[in-house]
Design a binder for this molecule. Structure first.
Ligand code: PAF
Length: 282
């Protein structure tokens, strides 16, 4: 496995691979790799000639009072995990390499960036879109692999790729979970022992909502109320949002309840966890 830190070298490597008719699959990450990332890398390995993984904790997607400085960084461990998962290139640029002093451009995708997570994290998706577009220009992949846990991130990136005609496919891969159902996330490491036990409530709430829908419940306000009440009475969690939306557009559900995204964000202390499930009718 090669570790590349320079943008020029990364582009040179990618252009050479493409000129040989090889395909490049790309898994962008902020490091602190866990089984969720590794399953993306494994899928990428199966489907491409070359696998590139990036590790870059992107300052532009954190606001001032968020966890940029304490975000887990473990490059040595990540290198050995990525190598074991048969990554060909690990791209690890510095902040100065990605955003030199005179850097100005930002990518803004209005409306869909402003709802859900965008409400409590203003500017977050602008930062995500900006870095992902830069990474796409640097790694020049055929396929980009993203996790379903970050469903809104996938929606925003998909919109950008369509709007800006980027010649690349997106694969949204299923959420990996701990044995109790908690979605794997680098931020789980912030949780205290008690919060970690309580955090399973996100997955339980999604399943409870799914059960209500399958049993014919159609009153969204009622389902949101029941779920929020359960979280607030059973745990120390503070609900940021629970929403039932059209899974493809993220718009409010119409009457047919066909493709449903149930999505949730809950704070445990300062740690904000997200999760979702998608119900598709056949
Ligand atoms: O999902 C993440 O880890 C990040 O948002 C991403 C896509 C690597 C961009 O920094």
């Amino acid at each position: 496995m090669r570790v590349i830190r320079s943008i020029k070298l990364m582009q040179k490597w990618a252009l050479h691979a493409l000129s040989q008719g090889q395909t490049i699959g790309f898994v962008p990450t902020m490091g602190a790799l866990h089984e969720g990332h590794l399953s993306l890398i494994k899928q990428c390995r199966r489907e491409n000639d070359f696998v590139v993984v990036s590790i870059f904790v992107n300052p532009k997607q954190f606001s001032i009072n968020e966890d940029f400085s304490r975000y887990p960084r473990q490059e040595r461990k990540d290198q050995s995990l990525a190598k074991k998962a048969q990554t060909d290139v690990l791209f690890c640029p510095s902040v100065e390499e990605m955003y030199p002093r005179d850097y100005l451009t930002v990518i803004n995708i209005p409306r869909i960036s402003e709802q859900l997570c965008g409400k409590s994290r203003p500017g977050h998706f602008q930062g995500v879109a900006t870095v992902v577009l830069k990474l796409i220009h640097i790694v020049i992949p055929d396929i980009l692999y993203l996790g379903q846990k970050d469903a809104q991130q996938v929606l925003v990136i998909r919109q950008m790729i369509n709007d800006l005609n980027c010649p690349i496919k997106i694969k949204q891969c299923k959420t990996m979970r701990a044995s109790d159902g908690l979605a794997l996330s680098s931020r789980n490491s912030y949780l205290t022992e008690t919060q970690r036990k309580e955090a399973v409530i996100l997955f339980q709430s999604l399943n409870q909502s799914k059960k209500m829908i399958l049993e014919g419940e159609r009153d969204i306000k009622k389902m949101i109320h029941i779920t929020s009440e359960a979280i607030q009475t059973k745990t120390s969690g503070r609900v940021d949002y629970i929403e039932f939306l059209d899974a493809d557009t993220f718009k409010p559900l119409t009457n047919n309840f066909k493709n449903i995204l149930i999505t949730i964000a809950v704070y445990f202390g300062k740690t904000r966890l997200i999760d979702n499930i998608i119900l598709r009718s056949r």
